[in-house]
Design a protein around this ligand. Structure first.
Ligand code: KG4
Ligand code: ZN
Length: 336
């Protein structure tokens, strides 16, 4: 079964072709980051218009990359939500029009289910069941995943998502949008011993998290440094980045271990944009090396938003679960 996947929930247009026998055949992506950078964040109307411009050329590029034609498609999957309403409608419209024209099924995919299943696109893939740490710009959740469509939320952030905390902290340190990856790079040159920030809710009994206080703690630290020294020199900024990253990684790792224990599972899957974070991966890899659990990640290029995870989740939905079809979008939509 050959499935075309279209992702357009935010600021990335992703299109991909997944074949249930041969795996991922093609994957094309256009990121709108540069376009939104001058506004310091995603402008929804600009995002929708750009998805319209990009989606069809990217689909053509995918078909060419795979040596396929529209007539070869067996189904079309698209991100049905959650995300920006207008942006979602672009993918939904194109997917439904293509499927209607070709007389094939269309399947609406939950964006987070795409992230959640994306480590199954890597080798070796995790077997079910596993705990998934979903850490993106919009969501931070720990989930028990027992199979396709069988998800339970174990815990989640009560305020900012981890990626959002990275981006907001980067912004208050004067880094360009989207600052998460830049902050993480600068943290590599930071001194871990210079500043220490709180680990919010690390010791709480549940699996919930909270990151907005951490951002406020960075703001307090920045103000203090500015009052004392007039400005923040580059090394001090790197040291603050390091302290922030150490705190957030500690919380994510601590809660993941607690989730594995609580769910009595021995496999952890990390997905979503923050899953690209090197320090988070290194910390989890070091613990997994002790042998008590295994950790799995999507291929690095598929950590952030992409069409491949939507094509894959669509294919799995068609194979194992009731597909959610129809022409609709769900800007707000809970998984599990
Ligand atoms: O999954 P994603 O592409 O989009 C959402 O569905 O939100 O995640 C984007 C988020 C952004 O907040 C970005 O700053 C963060 O992932 N991110 C990172 C890194 N790469 C991307 N955060 C920390 N370290 C990174 N290396
Ligand atoms: Zn995402």
């Amino acid at each position: 079964m050959l499935v075309l996947g279209i992702e357009s929930s935010c600021d990335e247009t992703g299109v991909a072709l997944y074949d249930t026998e041969q795996g991922l055949l093609a994957h094309q992506l256009h990121t709108q980051m540069a376009m939104h950078a001058e506004y310091g964040g995603v402008v929804p109307e600009l995002a929708s218009r750009d998805h319209i411009r990009r989606a069809i050329p990217l689909t053509e590029a995918c078909l060419a990359e795979a040596g396929k034609q529209l007539a070869d498609l067996d189904a079309v999957a698209y991100t049905q939500g959650p995300g920006l309403g207008g942006a979602l409608l672009v993918g939904a419209s194109i997917a439904n029009a293509l499927a209607f024209g070709l007389g094939i099924p269309v399947v609406g995919v939950h964006h987070l289910e795409g992230h959640l299943l994306s480590p199954l696109l890597a080798e070796p893939k995790p077997a079910f069941p596993f705990v998934a740490l979903l850490v993106s710009g919009g969501h931070t959740q720990l989930m028990a995943v027992r199979g396709v469509g069988d998800y339970d939320v174990l815990g989640e952030t009560l305020d900012d998502a981890a990626g959002e905390a990275f981006d907001k902290t980067a912004k208050l340190l004067g880094l360009d949008y989207p600052g998460g990856p830049t902050l993480s790079r600068l943290a590599e040159s930071g001194d871990p011993a210079r500043f220490s920030l709180p680990r919010p809710m690390l010791k709480s009994d549940d699996l919930d998290m909270s990151f907005s206080g951490l951002k406020t703690a960075v703001l307090t630290l920045v103000r203090h440094q500015e009052a004392e020294h007039g400005s923040i020199d580059p090394q001090t900024r790197n040291d603050i980045c390091r302290a922030f990253q150490d705190a957030i990684v500690d919380v994510l790792v601590g809660k993941s271990l607690k989730a594995l224990k609580q769910a009595n599972m021995a496999r952890l899957v990390v997905a979503g944009g923050v899953g690209a974070n090197k320090q988070l991966r290194a910390a989890l890899d070091a613990l997994a090396a002790k042998g008590r659990f295994e950790v799995f990640y999507p291929p690095l290029a598929l950590c952030t938003d992409n069409g491949a995870m939507i094509a894959y989740a669509g294919a799995m939905r068609l194979k194992y679960a009731q597909p959610a079809g129809g022409y609709s979008v769900k800007p707000r939509w809970d998984l599990g």
